[in-house]
Ligand binder design. Structure first.
Ligand code: ADP
Ligand code: NA
Length: 329
């Protein structure tokens, strides 16, 4: 079988929140731990994507380091997983340009997220994946179409140059459900929410976590039931519980519905909130401690970043040699 190559990226926009952790990072760590010896894993801090939106001056460098420290803190091991800054591997941008020359604009203009003309963004995302010849790309439901676009870039490029140098990736959907905002359970937990109490950061202290969960928006019914449409705040707490207690979808784990209709049915909301707070704290405490340790180890962070860039450049150059030859560059 062809070598399995896993690629995923995350924007450096500060310390990750619980949604990033349960929806993406935790899953990355599991893939690393379950990977066979021959599997290669690339996790990119995609700083070139981050500069497409305005941001406060002077923070990007810090956010990038925080993201690397967070990736190490959740348990990514640089000996197994290549962690690197996208901008330190210029082949990502080079392949983006080359792909844009054969990309189909019809597809781009149909992509719902990019109606406003930022065509280069999805092409760079495609290049991120293709430049490492990734075979497996874990993405959330909302990013599925980007992967389809990357496949189309492969078809277009290989057809235009009569080669088969690029490899079409398959999807791995992240199994996690969305974590919703603690202050508005109809919106996903997000770092762009102006209300800091809407999200739990990996660096939040235990008492802050407990307080945010205790005051999370539920409703006026004071007992637990499973009603995701009528009671989204309660459903969100049950979903969190299912992620943390027995891991939904895995052997022995219970789904949010099972928890809401079983163990917690009819219980006071505060019991559910305190249990969620307890489990979130148990999960994040070691992550938080390691995060602060890694942030203090400046030289170690520098060497992780340097080594990651070296390995990622080597992987990208392998692909680019073939690509440049095909394009006659
Ligand atoms: P944000 O929405 O906070 O800007 P990003 O869009 O940068 O987060 O997402 C980074 C990763 O985290 C993606 O893989 C995304 O699917 C995942 N993610 C983000 N928010 C959530 C959430 N609320 N629940 C589950 N996964 C999430
Ligand atoms: Na987002």
């Amino acid at each position: 079988p062809p070598q399995k190559i896993i690629f995923s990226g995350i924007q450096p926009t500060g310390v990750p929140h619980l949604g990033n952790y349960l929806g993406a990072l935790h899953h990355w760590k599991r893939m690393q731990d379950e990977a066979e010896e021959s599997t290669r894993l690339f996790f990119s801090v995609v700083d070139l994507h981050a500069i497409t939106v305005p941001r406060p001056k002077g923070l990007l460098k810090q956010w990038k380091r925080e993201m690397v420290a967070a990736l190490l803190a959740i348990g990514l091991n640089p000996a197994q997983s290549t962690i690197f800054y996208q901008s330190m591997v210029p082949a990502h941008s080079e392949l983006q340009w080359i792909l844009s020359c054969t990309a189909s604009t019809g597809y781009l203009s149909r992509m719902t997220q990019w109606k406003h003309g930022l065509f280069s963004y999805p092409i760079l995302q495609a290049a991120d994946i293709l430049v490492h010849r990734a075979t497996h790309v874990p993405v959330g439901e909302d990013q599925r179409q980007h992967l389809e676009f990357a496949r189309e870039c492969v078809t277009n490029f290989n057809h235009a140059y009569g080669v088969s140098h690029l490899v079409a990736p398959s999807t791995i959907l992240s199994p996690a459900k969305r974590v919703m905002s603690l202050t508005n359970p109809l919106q996903k937990m997000s770092k762009s929410d102006p209300d800091p109490r809407s999200r739990i950061l990996l660096t939040d202290a235990a008492d802050v976590i407990t307080s945010k969960i205790k005051s999370s928006l539920t409703d006026s019914v004071n007992s637990v039931s499973w009603d995701p449409v009528g009671r989204p705040g309660v459903a969100n707490l049950l979903t969190l519980l299912s992620h943390l207690d027995g891991e939904e979808g895995r052997k022995g784990g219970r789904t949010a519905a099972e928890l809401g209709e079983g163990e917690f049915a009819g219980k006071p909301l505060i019991d559910l909130k305190m249990r969620v707070a307890e489990l979130v704290n148990a999960e994040l405490q070691p992550v938080r401690e390691r995060f602060h340790e890694f942030m203090a180890q400046e030289e170690h962070l520098d060497s992780v970043i340097r080594d990651g860039a070296m390995k990622a450049r080597e992987s990208a150059e392998n692909t680019m040699k073939d690509v440049r030859e095909a394009v006659e560059l």
